[in-house]
Ligand binder design. Structure first.
Ligand code: FES
Length: 96
């Protein structure tokens, strides 16, 4: 990913002050993603891949995880750091 590229994000609010910000592009063939409230996961619109909120591949054809970005909430402003993806263990620790 380079700085000149447009980046499409999918943002899920998981709690009052908790968010998951992911690159809205399936690593398999770059299709857009949706969010399933019932399963709490990201779904590729092609219906072939599913990702956890930490970006991990749960099932499907994708072989790489989603990019999940670090963010910061200050007052009512959500700032997303597009230069830094969040390691899975850090995301898990935030939820505990
Ligand atoms: S593009 Fe998402 S599974 Fe193929």
């Amino acid at each position: 990913m380079n700085d000149e590229e447009n980046i499409c994000l999918i943002i899920v609010r998981t709690d009052e002050n908790q968010f998951v910000v992911a690159h809205n592009e399936c690593p398999h063939r770059e299709k857009a993603l949706g969010y399933s409230h019932s399963s709490g996961s990201f779904l590729c619109v092609s219906g072939k891949s599913e990702f956890g909120l930490d970006g991990s591949v749960l099932k499907g054809k994708a072989e790489k995880p989603l990019h999940v970005y670090k963010w910061e909430l200050e007052q009512d402003r959500l700032t997303i750091n597009l230069r830094s993806t969040m390691p899975v263990n850090e995301i898990t620790a935030m939820r505990e």
